[in-house]
Structure formats: structure tokens, C-alpha cells
Design a protein around this ligand. Structure first.
Ligand code: GRF
Length: 218
């Protein structure tokens, strides 16, 4: 497809969400392409995934810079060099400053493993279990300066089961992350997403009256 949206993916670790985006972008009818994968961690397994897919990669290690602004300047230079139109944060474990976030306003999205605005921050799955929550999930959102905040693009909900430990719940949520991140990216890339008064409006969104009830009643 011509004129695909040029996307950079920022990672720090295993890169399963990156892989979901790579797989989606490999489809003929997908409207985005990954032009650069940037990791702040040279040991990130996601770099191997990117290289296996023939993508252009670079390590920009925050520890090589004297402060955040120099690190972010290096990120910015690289992103601009590759003609990036949208950044996907896919397990990128560095907080970005307000000035970087403002510079990429409405062109920077993140995947978070909870139903935001609940459970911002780290350790979301264990906190979900500890609070006795019955429905959990994941969120793709535009990034704003406050951590894990910004207009919500797509969410997926999953039940929390009585037998769940952190790894079982995180696996169930992760499977949905791999669905909604490509979905959100394609919605943006096809021009279906508008932000009006900090709320995302999706063109042509069908009615969706089904409810997820947890526990499931007989
Ligand atoms: C995911 O759970 C994502 O929601 C969070 O960091 C994790 C990254 O996992 N932001 P992976 O590297 O994509 O496998």
C-alpha cells in the first residue's frame, strides 16, 4: 500500500507488542509501516525481533547522556532523520519529559496493561489481583505529560479469575494488548481518529452493546 504512516517503535525489553505491530504491518491492507525501532537497552530481545523482520534498529542508551534532555534530543534527531510521523511506545521503560511529549503531541501513543485511568504505573497485574478487581484489561492511549494519561483510543477487557496469579493474568491481558495495539495504530493511520476536547472520537464506530460480566452467571 502506498503512503503508509511512518511509525517508529520505542522498546526496552522482550518486544511482544513490537512483534504484534511487525506482524500487522506485514499485511497488505495495513496502513502503517515501521521505519525505525529504537531501544534504550542494548539487551532488549525486541531488537532481535526487529532485525529478524529486516527493520532498521538503533540503541540509544539513556546512560550515555548527561541528562534527560540530551537523551531526548538524541531520540528526536533519530526520529526526525527517519521521517517518523507517529511514535509507538511498546514497553519503553523511560519516562519522557513534558517537552518531548508536547513536541510529539497527538503523534505519540502508548500501550498500558490496565483499564486506564485505573492502575497507572508499574506492577499493575498484582495490584489488580490484590484489590479483588473482577475485570481487568489494557489500553492504548495518546501520551500526555502526566504518566499513563491521555486520550484513550482502544481498550480491551478480560475477566480476572479466582485462580489467577500475576503471570496468568498478565498473559491474558498481553494477548489482548497484541490485538488492540495494531487496531489503534491502523485506526490512526487510516485517519479515523480525532481528538475533540481530549476525548477520542472514532469515525464509523459501530454500536457494541455486549457486556462482559465477571463472574459469568449460569
Ligand atoms: C506490556 O505489558 C505493555 O503493556 C507495557 O510493557 C509491556 C511490554 O511488553 N507497557 P513487551 O515488551 O511488548 O512484550
Amino acid at each position: 500500500m502506498a503512503n503508509r504512516l511512518r511509525v517508529a517503535v520505542l522498546i526496552s525489553g522482550r518486544g511482544t507488542n513490537l512483534q504484534a505491530l511487525i506482524d500487522a504491518c506485514a499485511k497488505d491492507d495495513f496502513s502503517a509501516e515501521i521505519v525505525r525501532v529504537i531501544s534504550n537497552n542494548e539487551g532488549a530481545f525486541g531488537l532481535e525481533r526487529a532485525q529478524a523482520a529486516g527493520l532498521s534498529t538503533v540503541v540509544i542508551d539513556h546512560r550515555d547522556f548527561k541528562d534527560r534532555s540530551h537523551f531526548e534530543k538524541a531520540l528526536n534527531d533519530d526520529l526526525e532523520e527517519y521521517g517518523t510521523e507517529l511514535i509507538c511506545l511498546a514497553g519503553f521503560m523511560r519516562l519522557l519529559t513534558g517537552s518531548f511529549v508536547d513536541c510529539w503531541r497527538d503523534r505519540l501513543i502508548n500501550i498500558h496493561p490496565s483499564l486506564l485511568p485505573a492502575f497507572k504505573g508499574l506492577n499493575t497485574h498484582q495490584r489488580t489481583i490484590d484489590d479483588g478487581v473482577r475485570i481487568a484489561g489494557c489500553t492504548v492511549h495518546f501520551v500526555r505529560a502526566d504518566m499513563d494519561s491521555g486520550p484513550i483510543i482502544v481498550q480491551a477487557a478480560v475477566p480476572v479469575l479466582p485462580s489467577d496469579d500475576e503471570s496468568a493474568l498478565s498473559a491474558r491481558i498481553l494477548a489482548q494488548e497484541h490485538v488492540i495495539f495494531p487496531l489503534a495504530l491502523n485506526l490512526i493511520a487510516t485517519g479515523c481518529v480525532q481528538i475533540i476536547d481530549e476525548i477520542v472520537v472514532i469515525e464509523g464506530e459501530p454500536a457494541h452493546p455486549r457486556a462482559l460480566v465477571s463472574p459469568q452467571l449460569k
